[in-house]
Design a protein around this ligand. Sequence first.
Ligand SMILES: *[C@@H]1O[C@H](CO)[C@@H](O)[C@H](O)[C@H]1NC(C)=O
Length: 274
Amino acid sequence: MLLPLLLLALLLAGSGQAAARIPPTGRNDVSVVTTDIVPAAGTFHYVATDTAAAPRFVFASDAVRHVVRRKDVSTGIWQTIAGEDGKAGSRDGPIGTSLLNRPTAMCTTPLSDLVVVDSAGACVRLVTQDGMVSTLAGVCGSTGQRDGTGQSALFSDSIQSITCLANCSVLVADQANGRLRILNLHDPDCYAAAKKALARRYTARSLWAVGLVVALVAALAAAVVIHSRQLTAAGFVVWRRSGEQGGATADSEYGPLVDAAEVPDTPPLPRAEE
Ligand SMILES: *[C@@H]1O[C@H](CO)[C@@H](O)[C@H](O)[C@H]1NC(C)=O
């Protein structure tokens, strides 16, 4: 009797240890699929998407060809939206006229604008959804370490990574300067988009809360109704207020018993009106 129990305990302890070595179920359950192959002599350096729940666009920077390309997810078609293939530069402007200088790290603002590091240019560029390129911070072509607004700030030409925050600021890892920099976008449209995104989150949460309260109240009401039915059925005297007319004169008017026929021993009260 004792031996099988001991064996079972050992078995359980052993399986517990084995389970502890395996990562939690699902965390590392992944499949890998190639969706795109880089165009000739190019690179896929960094990728980003717009901030929609179901992104419409995938962006990829190509530091070798000096461009940022955009893929329309629904059609699968790639288009160069910033820079000119194979030509380095720092010119701002719309699609087809702008130039980039080894674009690497990217992220998307709450407005779905693209923030792009011009790694060889030592500056940070902004690409709007329709491909308008402007210089956000730093002086393209000048390296340095200086804080300030827009073009008065300077960066090293080895910015390694950036991340766009939900509050319209951008964190920048300025590697050669050994500094973490932060860009605060002063764009009312971005703030509005950020607020909207936050509001969506809170609306979803408060809808859950409202739903929960409604469900609780409904459950309570159902419980009260069922409870009062049971009381009536059990022969308890249940009075129901009837003929409420409002006003000061309508004092203590009580109607007949509920289901009076089922309670023959108790005569109904005379109605007070008339
Ligand atoms: C956004 O959040 C970061 C990190 O908390 C903060 O440093 C930055 O000042 C914030 N930006 C704005 C515009 O509030």
